[in-house]
Write a protein that binds this ligand. Structure first.
Ligand SMILES: [Zn+2]
Length: 437
């Protein structure tokens, strides 16, 4: 073997992709992907799936497409065969669908795939078409350069993460569990940042846990009456008092182990901001209010009902039913009901002492030697808990350094990612799937 390598050093070099070419190809691919408006609803992901399928076919990988719904909701699975069949695969999970846009709030076409000021702009650039292309390009670069991974790498793209995954990850786990059977999963979630977790310090968070969404509807009933004569049994007033009592939830109890680990990694304190606040406690957000009779609403009518919704996010391990019964006890008004709108799925955190977590740490350190790497809790929801629930370590790995301003564009206007971070992300994803773990 040594003899061969001495004679043919090109054999060694062949293993390293031509990164300039990969950069050009991956940026072009992301631009084309962003131009596909795979908005959910309805999550018509046929064109997105075709783009991935065709790119994989060029390097000889046959993707399987799964039609999960009547409106073009398509999931995709593609496998890069590994050497070691005794190990279960690593699944690289991403979602094709994106949330809708408020077109007038964008300075450019959100489905234009435009590169400007060093960033690539478009709905999904951050959540999560950019990461999807990093995963796709890492697989393509391996195959193109004849690098066989240690274990099978399964690229898994879903059609409806943004509405809860019923036709995406849940559908696949129910109908084709063998196709996405794995030992590990990488999904979206954590990120590298110099300002969100601690100012001036480069911290890379790999998410291992997320909060439980408990969406509640609070409804108050009263007596309909003429606005000219005030009454005590006014549904609006009952609702106002109920909301105030509902929001006065007690402190969230003891520190979650993932938060304790984050604090230890960054040196004791996290930056004070809305994200770090949300991951350390149960949160309650008043998101909607609905009341009044007629459209336009009548100012002189006291309505018989009034309602509000609360987006509550509970720490892992918190009993949602107890949280809600405590809330009902605080409200203590027979005219007011509290209804749970989500299915509660309390999922434990993934272990952060696995060989894959160590691999992620090494890859991050290789590209960013100054970075501190920490497991992380995220306040929002991803598809990862559907795998965590089955006992698999599922990590949220966004291999980019992003600041608070960029992170705030997720699900918002002017969504974008820096081009250099995107290119770096492709390299990091490649290094992860080339590793043995
Ligand atoms: Zn997402």
């Amino acid at each position: 073997m040594r003899f061969l390598l001495l004679l043919f050093p090109a054999l060694l070099l062949a293993a390293e992709p031509d990164w300039k070419a990969v950069d050009a190809e991956s940026l072009d691919l992301l631009q084309r992907y962003l131009r596909i408006p795979s908005t959910n609803p309805p999550a018509d992901t046929r064109a997105a799936a075709a783009l991935f399928r065709d790119e994989l076919a060029k390097v000889g990988i046959t993707a399987k497409l799964y039609e999960a719904g009547p409106k073009g909701q398509v999931n995709l699975v593609a496998r890069l065969e590994g050497r070691n069949k005794s190990k279960k695969p690593l699944v690289l999970m991403n979602h094709f669908d994106v949330v809708p846009v408020a077109r007038e709030a964008w300075s450019m076409d959100p489905f234009g795939g435009i590169v400007k000021d060093g960033s690539i702009w478009g709905r999904g650039a951050l959540d999560m078409k950019g990461i999807g292309i990093m995963q796709l390009m890492a697989v393509i670069a391996m195959k193109k350069n004849g690098i066989v991974p240690d274990r099978d790498i399964v690229l898994f793209s879903t059609c409806d993460e943004e509405t809860g995954g019923d036709l995406g990850v849940r559908w696949m786990l129910k109908n084709h569990p063998g196709e996405v059977d794995a030992e590990y999963v990488l999904d979206e979630g954590g990120f590298g940042t110099r300002d969100v977790l601690q100012k001036g310090k480069l911290v890379f968070g790999i998410s291992v846990a997320e909060k439980q969404p408990a969406w509640l509807r609070i409804r108050a009933k009263g007596t309909a009456a003429h606005g000219s004569q005030p009454i005590a049994d006014n549904a609006n007033m009952a609702l106002l008092r109920a909301i105030e009592k509902a929001m006065a939830a007690p402190p969230s109890g003891k520190r979650h182990p993932v938060i304790a680990e984050m604090l230890a990694t960054v040196g004791g304190t996290l930056e004070a901001n809305k994200l770090t606040n949300a991951i350390q406690k149960n949160t309650l957000t008043l998101t909607t209010l609905k009341s009044g009779v007629g459209d336009p609403v009548k100012v002189n009518v006291i309505p018989s009902t009034a309602e509000a919704t609360l987006d509550c996010r509970l720490l892992p391990g918190v009993n949602a039913q107890e949280f809600i019964s405590d809330m009902r006890a605080r409200i203590n008004d027979p005219r007011v009901t509290v209804e749970l709108l989500t299915t509660i799925d309390d999922t434990p955190a993934s272990s952060f002492t696995t060989p894959l977590f160590e691999t992620l740490r090494k890859v991050i350190k290789k590209h960013h030697p100054a970075a501190e790497v920490t497991p992380m809790m995220v306040p929002y929801s991803t598809d990862a808990p559907k795998f965590r629930k089955k006992g698999l370590p599922a990590y949220g790995f966004t291999p980019m350094i992003l600041n608070a301003e960029l992170l705030a564009t997720m699900h918002s206007d002017e969504e974008r990612i820096p081009v250099d971070q995107f290119h770096m992300g492709v390299r990091m994803m490649f290094d992860v799937i080339r590793s043995e773990f």
